[in-house]
Ligand binder design. Structure first.
Ligand code: SF4
Ligand code: SF4
Ligand code: FES
Length: 192
């Protein structure tokens, strides 16, 4: 490939020259990086290519899906990998009050301090913070709606300093709805 059709990128601190029309994931495939072949859909659907990247003219680090971020000269990036975000174990058939059970299963949810870092981190433009507050107030229909384009990349959980687990809160809300256990919306924000 001609030199002018390539750009220099840095992946995990190492420099490569790759096709200028590529995405970050496409670039990894070009470099022959073995693990790239085991990574996901390459189409923005599976969330396994969550990445941190920095543009040459910026001082802050962005988050995104490597299969959707175009390469450009001087971009540097690394893949996040699987972020620890454990899903609680529960059996909805034994839960009488799903709204209260949410606070038992996800006690950290009331610690959201509305910093918005999860919203900035989300590559799907989901208002994660609002979704979590909809869950706090028992509006599970809105939770499900907010997260309908979630690809479960985990970048929001990684960004959250309060340890919230938005993916599993959303999954819980969906399961409650599927069972027809939708709680009454509203009420006071719990204190503990
Ligand atoms: S809500 Fe969280 S897990 Fe879902 S796409 Fe956005 S950052 Fe990824
Ligand atoms: S990052 Fe965490 S604490 Fe901040 S708004 Fe999102 S859920 Fe709340
Ligand atoms: S590889 Fe599936 S979202 Fe990027």
């Amino acid at each position: 490939m001609a030199f002018q059709d390539q750009v220099s990128i840095q992946f995990m601190g190492k420099t490569y020259r790759v096709s200028k029309d590529s995405t970050l994931m496409g670039a990894l495939l070009e470099t022959g990086w073995e693990s790239a072949r085991e990574l996901g859909c390459l189409g923005g659907c599976c969330g396994t290519c969550a990445a941190l990247y920095r543009l040459p003219d910026e001082t802050h680090v962005r988050t995104g899906l490597a299969c959707r971020i175009p390469v450009r000269e001087g971009i540097s990036f690394s893949l996040v990998g699987c972020y620890p975000c454990p899903e609680p174990v529960y059996d909805l058939t034994t839960i009488d009050d799903p709204k209260q059970a949410l606070f038992d299963l996800f006690p950290e949810i009331t610690g959201c301090h509305k910093c918005g870092l999860c919203v900035t981190a989300c590559p799907q433009d989901i208002d994660v913070m609002r979704g979590m507050w909809c869950a706090v107030f028992g509006d599970y229909v809105s939770v499900a709606d907010h997260f309908k384009h979630c690809v479960q990349c985990g970048l929001c959980a990684r960004a959250c300093r309060a340890g919230l687990r938005p993916i599993w809160v959303a999954a819980y809300a969906r399961r409650v709805l599927e069972r027809g256990q939708e709680p009454l919306v509203g009420g006071q924000e719990p204190s503990g």
